[in-house]
Design a binder for this molecule. Sequence first.
Ligand code: BEZ
Ligand code: FE
Length: 276
Amino acid sequence: MNPTHAELLSQVLARYDHSPNPRLAEISRAAIRHLHAFVDEVRLQHDEWFAGVEFLTATGKICDDVRQEFILLSDTLGVSTLVEFITHDGVEGGTENTVLGPFHVPGSPERANGDSMLENDDAGDRVVIRGCVRNLHGEPLSGVKIDAWQNASTGFYACQQPGVQHTNNLRGVYRTDADGNFAIRTIRPVPYPIPDDGPAGKLLKDNGRNWWRPGHTHLWFTLEGHKQLITHLFDSESDYLTNDAVFGVRESLIRTFTKDASGELATTFDVVLEDA
Ligand code: BEZ
Ligand code: FE
């Protein structure tokens, strides 16, 4: 006689009783329990199971050195954000983090405070992002490395358009001055579609979901002795703030650009780094 669904699950779980790696066994058992419950809940049919296998196969096949479709899938399912929440649970008072995304390229050029990240002509509005980086006690932190990157007003990052945009367009490394201050000149970031030509994008479209992100500038802060902070500044006037394809928006990271005393479009992004 065939085992019941519950008996089958017990048999599978029992195979992990002698795992030499307790954490791996815990994760494996939980994944199996949830997978069985999911298959039972939707009464998964054979053709649907096989469509799932083909979907995961296609997800793997489109990955290469620069494209990671599994991370994109994780982003669009909200799993990356959930992991961020769990990993950064704890200290109150630090600036909120959000997803890294696939468009960070190491080795951006060092730029002086106040310099522009633009290397190409761009029709976008010129803006300046000013801020001060402090620790949890309110003391300014000097020498903080700020790795910044964002898309051009066409919607693309430089790394998506080799030969079209200069390699270093709209990316740069800044450092806070002796008072913890920084200033980044750039263009107003615009909304853009996440890579939508693979299985993750198709799944969104087949479910009638949005595949665009709101306009944002990526900022990655590092200083010895402090927790690194990977975050974004979001433009309050951008579309898609309420339905970001990858669930990256945090209220505390939304800023408004307004004209400052010298007539420049400007905003302030003060940051608090947690102790390591
Ligand atoms: C990004 O903001 O660059 C991004 C993040 C997650 C998925 C796709 C793009
Ligand atoms: Fe981005």
